[in-house]
Write a protein that binds this ligand. Sequence first.
Ligand SMILES: Cc1cc2nc3c(=O)[nH]c(=O)nc-3n(C[C@H](O)[C@H](O)[C@H](O)COP(=O)(O)O)c2cc1C
Length: 167
Amino acid sequence: METLDAIKTRRSAREFTDKKVSKETIEQILEAGRWAPSGMNNQPWRFIVVSDKKTKEHLAKQTHYEDIINFASCAITVFYDIDFGIRPYKGRSFHRRMRTEHASCVTLSWLGACWLGEILKNKDKVAQLFEAPASYELMAVIALGESAEKSRKGERKGMDELVYKWI
Ligand SMILES: Cc1cc2nc3c(=O)[nH]c(=O)nc-3n(C[C@H](O)[C@H](O)[C@H](O)COP(=O)(O)O)c2cc1C
């Protein structure tokens, strides 16, 4: 599929079939994320992949969107490691706000997936649940599975509303 088509036809999936997403597919998604760009190439993202049903249920309890996680085959939790880095860049970042941007770069995927941001209200509880290092800050949870939804058209603002000036 052409990249632009893939971007335009991708929709968030909130209902999933029972089919398990294979380890190879999850690895491919992580591999795409691994190659995301980052400031100073510091690659601050860290993942915790949750396929285990019981753990997934515990994670799901931390969000209003519990069903989406429970029905998903797995959940990829994306953390920002504030102690990230490869020497000589260790621990350096241009700006704190870039944490979110980094998490966004790495969180695109092409399977049935839904980005869950609402769960961030319990980000510390999620980090605790996984016994994540103290330097890990939760940025996003992605519910992943084979979509059980019919393809649907998305809606976006018009270009005239988004492009404020073209100078
Ligand atoms: C940062 C972010 C947080 C989101 N959080 C949630 C969420 O907590 N629950 C949910 O059902 N969808 C969530 N979504 C999905 C959006 O609702 C969805 O992307 C948007 O409505 C556009 O629909 P589309 O992805 O199908 O094109 C989130 C998306 C983003 C990018």
